[in-house]
Structure formats: structure tokens, C-alpha cells
Write a protein that binds this ligand. Structure first.
Ligand SMILES: [Fe+2]
Ligand SMILES: [Fe+2]
Length: 291
């Protein structure tokens, strides 16, 4: 794969944390606007839409950025990643490819602490189409631009042993309740001259499994940065430490974690990686590469 992405500017439009003393608004969920420079042209990709579009619009205003995106990628079906889509499309007022897994519309539930619906808004497919979404639903990886690709479905047999957990989540299919291993979750990878940049929404399939897949797919061993939610919020101390150790073994250079990563895991990353660990927050700008 060619290393054609020369510069990335990643704006954190939504995270559960707004930052200390910040004018930005936090909300449950994740949303990133990624400006990608290649061959002297810029493209804009929106990764996830958090729970609601309103805090996203507020944050964009402070950043003096517009919402105009060439592509939207939805990492997985949960409401805190898909809930803002309709409001965002209404604001963008144009046709835009929306890249996701075909099971993004499944009826997903969390079982604890109480049973609740956590899937995408009902009727999302049709409602989004009316507002300009051109669904690109694929289990396979999708190359969006040269050097920019989704990881596709991350099969169970490819996942690390300690990452194979459904986390007490379920989905309804033909009247049957099934354990949800989040096959609909994918990640985004970008190849820069400094190495791979990998983004995970909640990383339910396991962030280490996702990193290994990104390296294998691209043939790039160097991991420049890992960004997103790593869903370690309810993970055991053992799993957290194994994840941190794996990041070290994989040679991850920089980490930007927030959303569902959880305080304990964030502390473990900070302890191991020092100032190469950054706590994600709304309003943050991450720049990778050179002009
Ligand atoms: Fe999430
Ligand atoms: Fe999630």
C-alpha cells in the first residue's frame, strides 16, 4: 500500500470529556473530523457522530470549522456513535457516502445494570437516505482514498483470546436473543510516512486485534498513533495490563484515548507511555505529518 497521506488534522468534535476549563461541550460518544492531505488536495472525513449533533455544531463553531465532509464512516451501531447522524446530514444538506457494516441497523441491547436499547436510532437507514446519505454497507474493508481504509469486519477467530468477550451485550434477530460480539464494528486506518494511524470508535472487537489487523492489511509495522475509545471501562486489571503491554510490544508511538477507555486504563497507559499518552477531549486537535 502506498503511503500517500502526507498530513492529517484530526478535530475531536465529541467526547465524554470536554477538557478542563473548556468552552467546548462534552457528550456521551465520539465524533472526529479528519482532514486528510494527499497530493496537495484536502479531503474531509467524519468518523462517527456521537449521540447528538447539537454539541458537535457548538464545538465546530468555536473551532471555526464547517461540517462539510466528503465521507462519513460509522464505526458501529451503538447510539453514542450513530445518534447524531440525522442532525448532521440535515446540517450538511448534500449527498454523502456513509460507510458502515451491513448489520449497523441491528436491534442492540445492553443487559446490565438494566436492560436497555443501545442501537442506532430506529428507521435510521431510510431517514438518512432522505437527507442525502448514500449507504456503502460492506463487511469487507473499504478503501476510501489511497492510504485511507476501513478494517472491515473483525472475525472472532482473528481476535486475541483476552479480547473475545461480548461484554454482556445482546441483539435481537428473528425473535431470538443472541450474544453480541459486535461484528459490525470496524476501525479506520491511515498510512502516513511516519506509520499507521488507527482510529477505533468503541473498539469492542478489541483494540489490539484491530491494530494487528490494520498492520497486516497494510503491511506497515510502524504504528504512529492510536486514537479513540478502547472500551476498557469495565475490563479486568489483567486485561488492561495485557492491552498496555501489547501496545508496547507493537511499538505504538502515541496514544490518544477517551470515551469508553475508562479511568483505570487511561492511568495504566499514562504510567507506561508518559507524555506519549493523551487524554482525549472535545475540542482537541491532533496533527500528524508535515505540510
Ligand atoms: Fe461508545
Ligand atoms: Fe459502543
Amino acid at each position: 500500500m502506498e503511503k500517500l497521506v502526507s498530513l492529517l488534522r484530526i478535530y475531536i468534535l465529541a467526547d465524554d470529556y470536554a477538557g478542563y476549563g473548556s468552552r467546548y461541550w462534552g457528550q456521551h460518544g465520539l465524533s472526529l473530523l479528519i482532514e486528510i492531505k494527499r497530493e496537495n488536495a484536502w479531503k474531509r472525513l467524519l468518523f462517527d457522530t456521537a449521540t447528538s449533533h447539537e454539541p458537535i455544531l457548538h464545538n465546530l463553531k468555536i473551532m471555526k470549522k464547517s461540517l462539510d465532509a466528503d465521507y462519513i464512516v460509522l464505526s458501529h451501531n451503538h447510539y453514542d456513535h450513530t445518534g447524531g447522524l440525522l442532525g448532521i446530514l440535515r446540517e450538511m444538506k448534500k449527498e454523502v457516502p456513509v460507510i458502515a457494516h451491513p448489520e449497523i441497523f441491528k436491534k442492540a441491547y445492553a443487559a446490565s445494570p438494566e436492560l436497555r436499547y443501545i442501537g442506532a436510532p430506529l428507521g435510521l437507514k431510510e431517514s438518512a437516505e432522505k437527507l442525502g446519505a448514500i449507504w456503502t454497507l460492506s463487511k469487507e474493508p473499504v478503501q476510501i482514498l489511497p492510504g485511507v481504509f476501513t478494517l472491515g469486519e473483525i472475525p472472532l477467530e482473528e481476535r486475541e483470546k483476552w479480547e473475545k468477550s461480548s461484554g454482556d451485550m445482546y441483539y435481537l434477530e428473528n425473535g431470538e436473543i443472541k450474544e453480541d460480539f459486535m461484528l459490525d464494528e470496524t476501525g479506520l486506518a491511515m498510512l502516513t510516512p511516519e506509520g499507521l494511524v488507527v482510529i477505533g470508535g468503541c473498539s469492542h472487537p478489541g483494540i489490539v486485534s484491530m491494530l494487528k489487523r490494520a498492520s497486516k492489511m497494510s503491511g506497515e509495522g510502524q504504528i504512529r498513533a492510536v486514537i479513540g475509545g478502547f472500551h476498557l471501562i469495565n475490563a479486568s486489571t489483567d486485561r488492561i495490563q495485557t492491552t498496555v503491554n501489547s501496545f508496547r510490544e507493537l511499538g505504538v508511538q502515541e496514544i490518544y484515548a477517551g470515551h469508553c477507555t475508562g479511568l483505570q486504563a487511561e492511568c495504566a497507559f499514562e504510567k507506561e507511555f508518559g507524555n506519549k499518552f493523551h487524554k482525549l477531549h472535545a475540542g482537541m486537535l491532533i496533527e500528524i505529518g508535515a505540510l
